[in-house]
Design a protein. Structure first.
Length: 252
């Protein structure tokens, strides 16, 4: 398995999540499912982004992965040389000194995620392609699926994407990156997702681990091409689930 990741990996995408969250009512609950959460780096990056900006919100997270091993790392919330060895490079590379202090309590070269970021998380073994996922997790305001669908063959990735999309509430959001763009475009158009245009180009180019690998690696992400007729959907990594679309799907 490939666990490559880092804290605050795609800053524009996190900024967009923060902006979307500002629409929430004061003191409300925000339910987030992070699928393929690996060692928890993305989970804590999301929570730091949202709770730093909206401490009034009750952010509840389901962190799901098929590997108990990586879930245990995430739940412990302690990162250091051993984690770097598992991931393959420093997971702290994109953090500033201030962010390092705000996110972790340090003991030498080991950082423990601060307690206010570890609250409200349920770590659980699960398969994003399991049709029972909606029963297990319940509907969510945000569904996050980053950088694991690219490891599946095309047919499996499409089935998985269609399955996990059912988790989103009416008017909820899906944050989908690290996936074959043909698959994502096809599913988004078929299900009537509304691509979010804000920070679209910045988010597309915001992940250094996939953009830099184009075209040398199979997971590399192609440059944004605005001449394509489908470019507004193809290069969006965040989509809103339209109320009427959810209603029509439920009625079938």
């Amino acid at each position: 398995m490939y666990f490559g990741t880092m804290f605050l990996r795609n800053r524009p995408a996190l900024e967009l999540m923060r902006r979307v969250t500002r629409e929430r009512a004061q003191g409300s609950t925000l339910k987030v499912a992070v699928l393929g959460c690996s060692v928890g780096v993305e989970v804590y990056s999301i929570l730091w982004t949202l709770r730093s900006d909206r401490p009034d919100l009750n952010v509840v997270v389901h962190a799901v992965d098929i590997s108990r091993e990586v879930l245990d790392v995430g739940e412990r919330g302690v990162y250091g040389p051993q984690t770097v060895e598992m991931v393959g490079f420093s997971i702290f590379d994109r953090l500033t000194a201030t962010e390092m202090r705000e996110m972790f309590d340090w003991e030498g070269d080991r950082g423990r995620v601060k307690s206010w970021l570890r609250e409200g998380i349920t770590w659980q073994v699960g398969d994003a392609s399991d049709p029972k996922l909606i029963t297990t997790l319940g509907s969510q305001d945000f569904v996050v699926a980053s950088n694991f669908l690219c490891h599946m063959d095309t047919a499996s990735a499409e089935r998985c994407l269609r399955n996990l999309a059912q988790l989103a509430n009416p008017a909820g959001y899906v944050f989908i990156s690290g996936v074959d763009l043909d698959v994502r475009t096809r599913v988004a158009l078929d299900l009537g997702w509304e691509p979010v245009s804000e920070l679209r180009e910045e988010s597309h180019d915001g992940d250094p681990l996939v953009r830099a690998d184009w075209p040398l690696q199979w997971w590399g992400l192609e440059p944004l091409d605005p001449s394509r007729p489908d470019w507004q959907t193809r290069y969006a990594s965040v989509f809103r689930i339209a109320d009427e679309q959810k209603a029509s799907r439920a009625a079938v």
